[in-house]
Unconditional design. Structure first.
Length: 159
């Protein structure tokens, strides 16, 4: 079986587990009458993931694997940008760890600027204002439009 079909099979299993967990999510009494439940979107995402995985699994191959193709050659693993990928994953973990202690605005600005630097941006006079404006815009939209409170400042300023 080709690599894309193995990945689709793994994605199908993950979608099934996610859908099972979303379907069995315990609802509070006041949530039962709501039109949009807390588990509605997770169930839809799970169904969409299963459909996409099944399409990939059962779609016919255009050519056989013996003819070559554009599959992933594990012997040439160095050509892939694994360092950038690991840098972005590390930035995500660091962002999650710093979100509460230093606040949303600082953590998000550092995350956007850091990810941009990992991806190769070096114009700091462009990078820093964009990171700051984006962080403030996201905070404002979530805070004012959605009404979800996010701590914008570090812990020592809020207390």
């Amino acid at each position: 079986m080709a690599l894309d079909r193995w990945i689709a099979l793994i994605f199908l299993v993950i979608s099934l587990i996610y859908g099972y967990a979303a379907f069995n999510y315990p609802l509070l009494p006041f949530e039962r009458g709501m039109a949009f439940l807390p588990n509605t979107q997770p169930m839809a995402l799970s169904a969409l993931g299963m459909v996409v995985a099944l399409i990939i699994l059962f779609s016919p191959k255009a050519r056989s694997d013996d003819e070559g193709g554009d599959g992933i050659d594990l012997a040439q693993l160095r050509q892939f940008k694994i360092g950038q990928t690991l840098g972005l994953v590390a930035a995500m973990v660091l962002y999650a760890l710093l979100l509460r202690p230093i606040g949303f605005l600082a953590a998000t600005s550092l995350f956007i600027a850091g990810c941009s630097m990992v991806l190769g941006e070096r114009k700091f006079h462009v990078l820093i204002p964009i990171a700051l404006v984006t962080a403030v815009a996201i905070w404002y939209l979530v805070q004012e439009t959605l009404g979800i409170y996010m701590r914008p400042w570090p812990w020592f300023i809020n207390n």
